[in-house]
Design a protein around this ligand. Structure first.
Ligand code: FEO
Length: 391
């Protein structure tokens, strides 16, 4: 395991996790991930930027050894989540001169989560610089991407921006640099949807500051290093600030076929009005795909049968997920079926209450859909087409 030079004096010393399939026991990782760490060698001092997941610390140590690193002066901890900080205690044991540099809010988190001793910790302020000898580390507070303590590091002499989770992608690849790999933007969008979307207001507020740096490289802590950073910066600008697209996201369940009949009519009715629909059967849905579709959809329509007086639990889960991920959708509706009554619509609307969506007239049929139910579905599609006009 060798350190890999990404530009003069800067090495990638991370680990590739080809086999991991789930993060936080929630997020599917169809393409694995990487835990990136970087070594910056100045004329006088050496800094390690982030560690790796503790399960892969031996890989980081082997890469440091391959580079002949006998002394580390600073360990920059951009973010305390353990897939980047979990290796720090062993790094400090192995390199006794090393001092951890972290934001003011990270200090308590690092002591709480890792038991780090405060005498090995030094708080750096927003805008503060550290001279490594011909190379400068400049710290940029960028809170809530996605914990409150997060900061970035700017290395002006090489114009490299180290961004930890921000701009990351869960993509295991042996290529450290992106080199135009077409898999990266879709993977980054998935990552944004799953991790960053709830914090898009914070990203929007701080994005100009990092764009103005005009970085030559963006080096995140998951996935490849962007050697053409304009692509990911433009993509984030669209995901964060762009208007939603004329797209309906339709997660649904159908137990005995009635809801499915409505779903099929609704999709057809939207298509005839040039409104795109992504229909996702929640029986075996990929949560990551569902999240990605939330990035752009202007309308969410939930398709559900009535179960014990409420929505099907899988549909309730999709609603809860949307409420947590805070997409920029503007409209909500519910289509589905019931045997004799229930509160499926009210419960689903309550489940997404933090999104402040406009509720368009729901369509719940009793038993099999009747002609009036099909007409109501046509009317819903017409209403959505009207709302999407001009998007
Ligand atoms: Fe990759 Fe928030 O940790």
């Amino acid at each position: 395991m060798h350190a890999r030079l990404i530009t003069e004096s800067i090495y990638w010393v991370g680990a590739i996790d080809w086999d991991r399939r789930l993060f936080d026991d929630l997020i599917p990782l169809p393409d694995g991930t990487t835990y990136n760490a970087y070594l910056v060698r100045g004329a006088e001092k050496t800094a390690l930027l982030d560690a790796v997941d503790p399960a892969m610390l031996d890989t980081l140590l082997a890469r440091l050894s391959s580079a002949g690193i006998e002394k580390i002066d600073y360990v920059v901890s951009h973010h305390t989540e353990q897939d980047h900080s979990g290796g720090i205690p062993r790094i400090l044991a192995q390199y006794p001169e090393a001092q951890v540099l972290a934001s003011d809010k990270a200090k308590g988190l690092l002591t709480d989560h890792l038991g780090l001793s405060e005498d090995r910790l030094r708080v750096v302020q927003d805008g503060e610089t550290i001279d490594l000898g011909g190379l400068t580390l400049e710290f940029i507070y960028f809170p809530w991407v996605h914990w409150p303590e997060t900061m970035l590091t700017w290395l002006p002499e090489r114009r490299v921006l180290f961004t930890c989770d921000l701009f990351g992608s869960h993509l295991a690849t042996s290529d450290v640099l992106a080199h135009g790999d077409p898999r990266i933007l879709p993977a980054a969008k998935r990552y944004y949807a799953e991790i960053m979307m709830p914090f898009r207001g914070f990203i929007e507020k701080n994005l100009d500051r990092v764009t103005a740096l005009d970085p030559a490289m963006i080096a995140p802590s998951h996935g490849p290093v962007y050697d053409e950073p304009g692509l990911i910066l433009a993509a984030y600008r669209d995901w964060v600030s762009g208007p939603p697209k004329s797209l309906v996201l339709l997660p649904y369940i159908s137990m005995h076929g009635s809801t499915r009949i409505l779903v099929d009519h609704f999709v057809d009715a939207c298509a005839r009005r040039n409104v795109g629909v992504e229909q996702i059967n929640l029986v075996d849905a990929d949560v990551g795909k569902l999240a990605v579709l939330m990035v752009d959809a202007a309308t969410i329509v939930l398709g559900t049968p009535t179960v014990l007086g409420g929505p099907h639990p899988r549909v309730a889960y999709a609603a809860l997920l949307a409420n947590l991920l805070k997409p920029k959708a503007r409209h909500l509706s519910v289509i589905g079926s019931m045997g004799w009554g229930g509160k499926a619509v009210e419960q689903l609307a309550a489940a997404v209450s933090s999104l402040k969506l406009e509720l368009l007239p729901p369509v719940l049929c009793k038993g099999l859909p009747k002609p009036a139910d099909i007409e109501a579905v046509e009317a819903l599609a017409e209403a959505i087409a009207g709302k999407h006009a001009g998007l």
